[in-house]
Design a protein. Structure first.
Length: 207
């Protein structure tokens, strides 16, 4: 506990600002607020610096891609609003979900092998999982699919362990909050989906 407290107060201002921005971003996502994307853009840009310093290179690559995906998600959500400017939540087929699970698992092993073989990356396989599964989750979030929250929950659980090992204590707190918020987000979005289910077309369930 003493090392946690010391590490927290010894953290860089960049990490603390990024953590705060991340918390605000997820809160806005749960509310389906379009401003989650510019706030998220700030967060992921700052975390590129944080993870590079921590030698978590998979996370550096992930957040570089996030920059592009934040812009894409911002644009796509603008196209996916109902007449009340609320974001429409979409379902996924079982087949689509299974495909994304396979992509996350195989991609994690592949990236983990590359990182463990060719770099000095810390915790290459868990770090790789948070990278690949986060990309899957972010894509599903950008496309407004409900199942994105399930992937985020698994990412948060693994990420908490990784960042604790690396002494990134503000980020540990952030991802602990993310875990609670992702669980909350799933149920909030589920209620929204059930409320607007009658306006969904079958072809939306593409995953």
């Amino acid at each position: 506990m003493e090392s946690f407290i010391a590490g927290f107060f010894g953290s860089s201002p960049i990490e603390i600002i990024a953590s705060i921005a991340g918390f605000i971003c997820v809160y806005l996502i749960i509310k389906r607020n379009i401003w989650c994307w510019p706030v998220g853009l700030l967060q992921v840009s700052l975390y590129i610096i944080v993870f590079y310093d921590a030698k978590l290179y998979s996370d550096v690559a992930l957040h570089g891609i996030y920059v592009v995906m934040q812009i894409y998600g911002w644009w796509y959500w603008l196209q996916g609003q109902d007449q009340d400017h609320d974001i429409i939540v979409l379902p996924s087929t079982t087949t689509a979900i299974l495909v994304w699970v396979v992509v996350a698992v195989l991609g994690s092993f592949g990236l983990g092998y590359v990182m463990s073989t060719y770099t000095d990356a810390a915790l290459p396989y868990p770090d790789a999982y948070t990278t690949v599964a986060s990309l899957v989750a972010q894509w599903l979030l950008s496309r407004r699919f409900l199942v994105n929250w399930v992937f985020w929950i698994t990412v948060d659980v693994v990420a908490i362990g990784v960042y604790w090992q690396k002494g990134l204590y503000p980020t540990v707190l952030l991802y602990s909050a993310f875990l609670i918020m992702a669980t909350t987000g799933f149920f909030v979005w589920m209620r929204r989906f059930q409320a607007q289910r009658q306006i969904l077309r079958p072809d939306y369930a593409e995953g």
